[in-house]
Design a protein around this ligand. Structure first.
Ligand code: PLP
Length: 431
């Protein structure tokens, strides 16, 4: 494949934009190559600036559950644009989207619309702090909650040690109120709760983790989080920015049967536009200004164009009762192919990851937390990525991202993908 035009654009972009990209993982560094520049997309396909076509399993990192440029969504957006792009005043559409979110996730009695997942989680944490009058939060190593200061923290060297920020520019004091536990490890949570008795405002979790590769909760883990947060008077926040409207219409809470106090949504809820949301029960959400004392605002919050894309997408998902079964089946078929190839596969619904696990120890080759995920062979992953891309199949350029299956991936395209996975393994064993 020829990437001349993308190379030229990348060259220019690097002079003008840090690393040439507007979000770091797009730079393809983990797979040792330069990014392609996208010109347009349709259904399951991405087309780059050189006219190459890729079967897309990134789906814009999650929003594209219907595939790209769904005609109904595009038409609705086109129409709403004619009536003005932003008003900074309430619209009927915002009420409609709030109703739809509530219909899908009944726990969300009240919701606030924002413009990014980062903003949604940051705000939900603020609400939890305002509501409880406590400052500390517990998050899990390997869970991503956007790039706000207090959440760019993973594990310190031990569970009780002071957390350190992952990013330059984050004051140590911010990170200090973020405690980090081990995903799927009840004891690590209990120990932090005990150590910080009466100080923990919330436990913040990806109910199915999808930012260290896909790591589903082990049996009983979410139920445990529900119990222990109640026991210690803390709130439970499900960050459903990826899982919301993805694992089921009701997201992870419906998928797992465990209910949180606060939820955050992004990605699918915006139908491909910059829109996200946080919400929960009426009592907790009544803290938010102008009703309550927790301040949170946004010039473009509830933007009519973004809200329209969200409404149209949710309505399509609600009307099409078969969609979750279909994408689940397709993801299961891909998981089989990876399993046959000898990889460790984690899957929840249409989210999956194949882990190139090495250094098999007593825990076998399971990936249940961040440390397990870190045992992966990143070079082997990069080789696999490049093998797939050379065959016109675009998977996330990192071992630690999910593979997203959309309704636009036909069974035939899934089989083609399985063929490419088998060819990779064949190539390896023959070589
Ligand atoms: C993507 C993501 C975010 C951040 O959302 P942005 O829209 O990128 O700011 C937060 N939490 C989770 C679980 C995510 O996957």
């Amino acid at each position: 494949m020829n990437y001349d035009r993308s190379e030229q654009l990348y060259e220019k972009a690097r002079k003008l934009i840090p690393g040439g990209v507007n979000s770091p993982v797009r730079a393809f560094r983990a797979v040792g190559r330069h990014p392609f520049f996208v010109e347009r997309a349709k259904g399951p396909w991405l087309f780059d600036a050189d006219g190459n076509r890729f079967l897309d399993y990134v789906c814009s990192w999650g929003p594209g559950i219907l595939g790209h440029a769904h005609p109904k969504v595009v038409e609705a957006v086109r129409r709403v644009c004619e009536g003005g792009l932003t008003f900074g005043a309430p619209t009927a559409r915002e009420v409609e989207l709030a109703e739809l979110i509530n219909a899908c996730v009944p726990d969300v009695e009240m919701v606030r619309l924002v413009s990014s997942g980062t903003e949604a989680v940051m705000s939900a944490v603020r609400v939890a702090r305002g509501f409880t009058g406590r400052e500390k939060i517990i998050k899990f190593a390997g869970n991503y909650h956007g790039h706000s200061d207090g959440l760019l923290v993973k594990a310190g060297s031990g569970l009780m040690t002071q957390s350190v920020p992952d990013s330059a520019g984050v004051p140590a004091g911010y990170a200090g109120s973020t405690l980090t536990a081990v995903y799927n490890d009840e004891e690590s949570v209990r120990a932090l709760m005990e150590e910080n008795h009466g100080q923990v405002a919330a436990v913040l979790v990806e109910p199915v983790a999808a930012n260290m590769g896909v790591v589903p909760p082990v049996a009983g883990f979410l139920e445990f989080l529900r119990r222990i947060t109640k026991e210690y008077g803390a709130l439970l926040i499900f960050d459903e920015v990826i899982t919301g409207f993805r694992l089921s219409l009701g997201g992870a809470s419906q998928f797992t049967g465990v209910h949180a106090d606060l939820y955050t949504f992004g990605k699918i809820v915006g139908g491909g536009m910059p829109l996200a949301a946080y919400g929960g029960g009426r009592e907790v959400m009544s803290c938010v200004a102008p009703l309550g004392a927790v301040y949170q605002a946004g010039t473009l919050s509830g933007n009519p164009v973004a809200v329209t894309a969200g409404i149209t997408t949710l309505k399509i998902l609600m009307d099409d009762t078969g969609i979750y079964d279909r994408i689940d089946k397709k993801a299961r078929r891909l998981a089989e192919a990876f399993g046959d190839a000898g990889l460790t596969v984690n899957r929840a619904g249409s989210l999956l990851s194949a882990f190139f696990v090495t250094g098999q120890n007593a825990s076998g080759r399971k990936v249940e937390n961040y440390e397990d995920a870190c045992r992966c062979d990143r070079e082997a992953f990069a080789a696999y990525f490049n093998h797939m891309l050379d065959r016109g199949i675009y998977v996330a350029p990192s071992q630690f991202e999910a593979m997203f299956v959309s309704d636009a991936h036909s069974d035939e395209l899934i089989e083609t993908t399985c063929g490419a996975i088998e060819a990779w393994i064949g190539g390896k064993t023959n070589g």
